[in-house]
Structure formats: C-alpha cells, structure tokens
Design a protein around this ligand. Structure first.
Ligand code: GLV
Ligand code: MG
Length: 341
C-alpha cells in the first residue's frame, strides 16, 4: 500500500526547479457544475477541452433534497467521461453536515481513479484537514484491498471562508502532504465575519477612500478599495510558505465581466494561480488573466538573458535589475513555460 511519503505535492508556481517534484498542472479556472442537473451534466464533455479543472459541486447551491442525486450524478459522469488532461475535482458538503461522510465514501471508492482533488468547504483549522486526510487514507486502503481502481492519493483543497479559518490559515496550509491549495470563499467569509455585504465576491461601492479636502487635486477624488486584499495576501503567504497553490474563489455577478476580470487580475498579481468559474463566460476571463501576458513574458526573458548567472545588477531601458528582479522574472517566465508545456 502506498504511504503518505508517496503523495505527490504540487509546488508553488515558479518554485526553483529542484523543488518541483511533479509537473505543475494548470488550474487557472476551476469550473463548477451541478452533477445532478441533467442539462448541465450533458454539457460536461464539451467543457472538458476548454477548462483546466472541472468541479462537480455537491455543497451550497445544491438543495438539500437533491444532494444524493448530485452525488450519484457525479459518479455517473466521471465513469462516462474521458477527462484527458483536465482535472476532475469535487466540492463535498461541509464536515458538520449529514452528507460529507457519504460524499467521501461514495466518491473515493466509486471514482477514486478519476478524482484528482476534494475541495473541503468551511475549513476552520488543521483538525478538519486531518479528519479528511485519515478518512481518505482508509478509503484508499479499502479500495486497494477490494481491487478497485486507484490511480494515486486524492489531494485536498480547503476553502477559506470562516473567520476561524482565516485565523488558522497557516496550520491549514501545513496540515497534510495531501494539501493541494486554498481558495478564498468570499460569500461565506463575509457572513462569518459579519461584513455588511450581500454579494458573492468583488467590490462594494461603499468601501472607498476619499481624498482629503485639503489635497491639492481637489475636487475630491474617491477610490474604491478591495475588500479582499487582506485575506488574499494572508492566504497567498500561507500557501507560498508551505508549497501549495492559492486561488481566488467565485465572482457572482456573471454579467459584470469587467469587474470579474479586475477581481481575478488583482488576485493573479498578488500570487493566485486561478479562480472559480461559475458560468462559461468566465472561463475565457480566467484563462486570459491567469496566463502571463506575452509582453510581460518577453520582458522577463529579456531580464533573465541580461542577468547571466542571476547575480549582480544591470540597467535595462533605464530600470535597475538585480538578483531580486531576476527571481520575479523567473516566476513569470516559468509560469509561461509550464502553461505552454
Ligand atoms: C464560496 O463557497 C463562498 O462562500 O464564497
Ligand atoms: Mg461558501
């Protein structure tokens, strides 16, 4: 039987080559679908070539009386679909719900050979990850014993969507070698923190800073602030420190593609590698935003070329480059290379 030591561990984009134990698998968009919805399920084969990750959602947005149908639908779809290079993930129900145990039991023994990652909602601390980790180990051992197909250990992804989870984000990131990454869950997090918003992610017109009336450029400029900056930055630091991947979560205003792109780009610039897509219109946005722009890549390659062994300093177009900018450029060029591979 495999031991925990055999778990492969995807490392942060741009990690130095010797640390990259396994090929990085792109996950720019984690595309959500409801496996109990026949119409949506029928579209899955056509979605496969367009997305990096397909996620069968069993949790919020699936009504209580359709949980079993969604779970059974996911098993059916997984068995019938060739996912090629696209990853198959699921979001199970929360660990204090009546469904989570059966979600894991059914999916790991039923489609453990197809399932790449289990997303766990409302994670509050390392204990939640330990629980899922041990349960997965039992179920994988059972599958091996019973001769069921097991491809490799299923990985774990936590949603950061409770105040306790944010307080414990470091220990969550470090809780298991199965940890693949963490997503921001802005809707539940807003409720947990008692924020006075009613949206799924994105900004708020009331959250702004107004220039002081004595500022020289009066009339007074106002700037809307990013409600999620603090949490994303904390999440990115925890993920980078523990070699796992950070993601922005959902953006609920499907029609506002401009604001969606802005929110995704803020997350990308801060270090996130992807976001959830809730509607096909968001797929192209995530693909564009989470792939480095060709001009940025060309600049990064120029700096890398000019820096030789990566030490010292050079001037390029009037801008100082040194060991630190060389490393930033390796991140950008490295991401372009891994996405192109
Ligand atoms: C996602 O699950 C969220 O709560 O934003
Ligand atoms: Mg949520």
């Amino acid at each position: 039987m495999r031991s925990a030591k055999d778990f492969f561990r995807p490392l942060a984009v741009g990690a130095p080559a010797p640390l990259r134990e396994v090929p990085f698998r792109p996950s720019r968009m984690i595309h959500f679908f409801d496996p109990g919805n026949e119409r949506m399920a029928a579209k899955v084969p056509a979605l496969v070539p367009r997305v990096d990750v397909l996620l069968g959602n069993l949790e919020d947005a699936v009504p209580a009386d359709r949980k079993e149908a969604a779970r059974a639908g996911l098993v059916r779809i997984a068995r019938a679909t060739d996912f090629g290079d696209t990853q198959l993930w699921t979001r199970i129900n929360s660990l204090d719900s009546p469904w989570a145990l059966d979600d894991l039991l059914t999916l790991v023994t039923g489609i453990g050979d197809k399932l790449d990652v289990v997303m766990v909602p409302k994670v509050e601390g390392a204990q939640d990850i330990h629980y899922v980790d041990r349960l997965l180990a039992q179920l994988e051992a059972r599958a091996v014993r019973d001769g069921l197909p097991v491809r490799r250990p299923v990985l774990v992804h936590a949603i950061l969507e409770t105040a306790a989870g944010v307080a414990n984000v470091e220990e969550i990131a470090a809780a298991s070698p199965r940890m693949q990454g963490i997503s921001l869950g802005p809707a539940d997090l807003a409720a947990s923190r008692r924020m006075k918003t009613t949206r799924v992610g994105g900004g708020h017109p009331g959250y702004l800073v107004r220039a002081d009336p004595t500022a020289p450029d009066a009339p007074r400029a106002t700037f809307q602030q990013d409600l999620w900056h603090y949490t994303i930055a904390r999440m990115v630091d925890a993920c980078a420190a523990h070699g796992i991947l950070p993601y922005y979560g959902p953006f609920g205003d499907i029609q506002d593609v401009t604001a969606c792109e802005d929110q995704f780009r803020n997350a990308f610039l801060l270090g996130c590698v992807g976001a959830w897509t809730l509607h096909p219109v968001q797929i192209a946005i995530a693909q564009r935003v989470f792939s480095p722009a060709p001009a940025e890549v060309a600049w990064a390659r120029r700096v890398i070329g000019a820096m030789g062994d990566g030490t010292g300093a050079v001037m390029i177009d009037g801008k100082m480059q040194d060991d630190a900018t060389y490393k930033q450029c390796l991140v950008v060029a490295g991401l372009a290379d891994t996405l192109a591979a």
